[in-house]
Ligand binder design. Structure first.
Ligand SMILES: [Zn+2]
Length: 455
């Protein structure tokens, strides 16, 4: 074969290859379901039908079996989702130094100023950016609105939230606006958060009851319930879990509506869609209730499901974190890679199951109540460390995914090594320097009080 013919054959081959490879996605839909623990979805083998829509859609998706939040409550986890960094680096939700005019409860830091966010990055790459948010901890004062042209925020409380159906209405309305360009759309659902009060016909499906709304609400008062759990008094877990699952089933139905709307808009084919959660929920798994207080898997193991062109649907077992989503989106959209992020792009793993990369350590931290806890996962081991008491627990997540057996004494060297990794990471994070605290307005404080988060 002559050189000319060879060159021609090679370039034809290249053209054929190029035409087979799908074009990279242009737009991103990021769905975050507040308080959704992975193991309450059918997709993650829940024994109750909470998620028929998602289970069906999930067959066309890449499903991460071991995805972890960086914190057991909303603000630090969202900070990680939006910056690709653990909480001690982005600081959102970190306790601020106490001062005379900043009483306790107002002492949270916002997202660190100047740290690039997902929305800022996509806005700079000519995407329309919008978020529909429903948690008081996602108030713009916390810095999480940075980079969004539209930040539609209603801070929910125990009695009043914007439900999933209204959230989907708002999302589709924004999507359908004339002249909508390529976009980043963040859709946040608050429904599975307390109170658990799904609308008909979901209400009563898993937790049938004759209770009045008032009685029902009193069953879910956070502080009295926590006290009863601590005192080992009887708690009707079946009712609470059933009512929680009803909320998930309602969100699942509304996810179906969102999906149909995306299909009808004609934007689904060139979008990447990501579904995840900010943290889970505890129902007595380790002697507690709700979230924010520990780093066990019921609070940090979250769903992560990704759909998009060129991906190979199926399960992925590698441990991944919320900090991976920002670099993943950047790579999938073909934008320049970000320097110095601790997260890892999952794009190669989305295309091919075997491309997992080097083993690494995943950090979770910043508990909202009780003793501070920090954790590190170096698969299959997970350490949970309490710096004040020097208490260490070690679990093998492969043998013991429910974290029943503390093996820190049997595997002392592994435990010591993982604690050392947490300490080294913390030294690194603290070297980044201090930041300014945020002062919250009265309405946000009222919402947070109503949720039981502050006094
Ligand atoms: Zn949350």
């Amino acid at each position: 074969m002559s050189w000319r013919r060879l060159t021609l054959a090679l370039s034809l081959g290249a053209v054929a290859l190029l035409s087979c490879a799908p074009a990279p996605p242009r737009s991103v839909v990021l769905i975050v379901v507040d308080t959704l623990r992975a193991d309450h979805l059918g997709l993650y083998r829940h024994d109750r039908e909470t998620s028929p829509v998602l289970d069906a859609l999930g067959r066309e998706a890449v499903v991460f079996d071991n995805a972890f939040a960086t914190s057991p409550w909303t603000l630090p986890s969202f900070g990680s989702l939006f910056t690709g960094r653990p909480p001690a680096e982005h600081l959102a939700g970190w306790p601020a130094p106490r001062t005379d005019d900043a009483p306790e409860g107002r002492n949270f830091l916002p997202l660190r100023a100047g740290m690039p966010t997902l929305a800022e990055t996509l806005l700079a790459a000519d995407r329309d950016t919008a978020a529909i948010m429903n948690n008081a901890f996602l108030h713009p004062d916390f810095g999480v609105a940075r980079g969004f042209q539209t930040y539609d925020h209603i801070g929910g409380n125990r009695k009043r939230i914007r439900r999933a159906d209204e959230v989907v209405d708002r999302a589709l309305e924004w999507l359908g606006k004339d002249g909508r360009g390529d976009f980043l759309l963040v859709v946040h659902f608050f429904d599975p958060h307390l109170n658990y009060d799904a609308p008909e016909p979901f209400r009563g499906r898993f937790a049938p009851t004759e209770m009045s709304d008032e009685e029902r609400s009193s069953m879910m008062e956070l502080r009295p319930l926590r006290k009863r759990v601590r005192a080992k008094e009887d708690v009707d877990w079946d009712f609470l879990i059933g009512a929680y699952d009803e909320e998930i089933a309602f969100v699942d139905q509304q996810l179906g509506r969102l999906w149909e709307g995306l299909e009808e808009s004609g934007r689904l084919a060139d979008s990447v869609v990501i579904l995840t959660a900010d943290h889970g929920e505890e129902f007595g798994d380790h002697g507690g209730f709700e979230h924010g207080h520990t780093l066990y898997n019921e609070l940090v193991r979250i769903p992560l499901v990704v759909w998009g062109p060129g991906m190979r649907p199926g399960r992925r077992a590698e441990p991944v974190s919320l900090i991976d989503i920002f670099p993943t989106v950047v790579e999938l959209l073909g934008l320049p890679a970000l320097e110095g992020l601790p997260g890892r792009s999952l794009a190669p793993m989305l295309e091919r199951p075997s491309r997992a990369g080097e083993p690494r350590t995943l950090i979770a931290e910043r508990t909202l109540y009780g003793p501070q806890r920090e954790s590190a996962i170096a698969w299959p081991y997970k350490v949970i460390y309490e710096p004040q008491r020097g208490r260490t627990e070690l679990f093998n997540l492969e043998d013991d995914p429910l974290e029943r057996q503390n093996i820190s004494k049997l595997r002392r060297r592994v435990a010591t090594d993982l604690v050392a990794r947490i300490q080294a990471y913390r030294v690194h994070a603290e070297s980044i320097g201090p930041d300014d605290a945020v002062e919250l307005d009265e309405k946000t404080l009222e919402n947070l009080r109503s949720l039981g988060y502050i006094q």
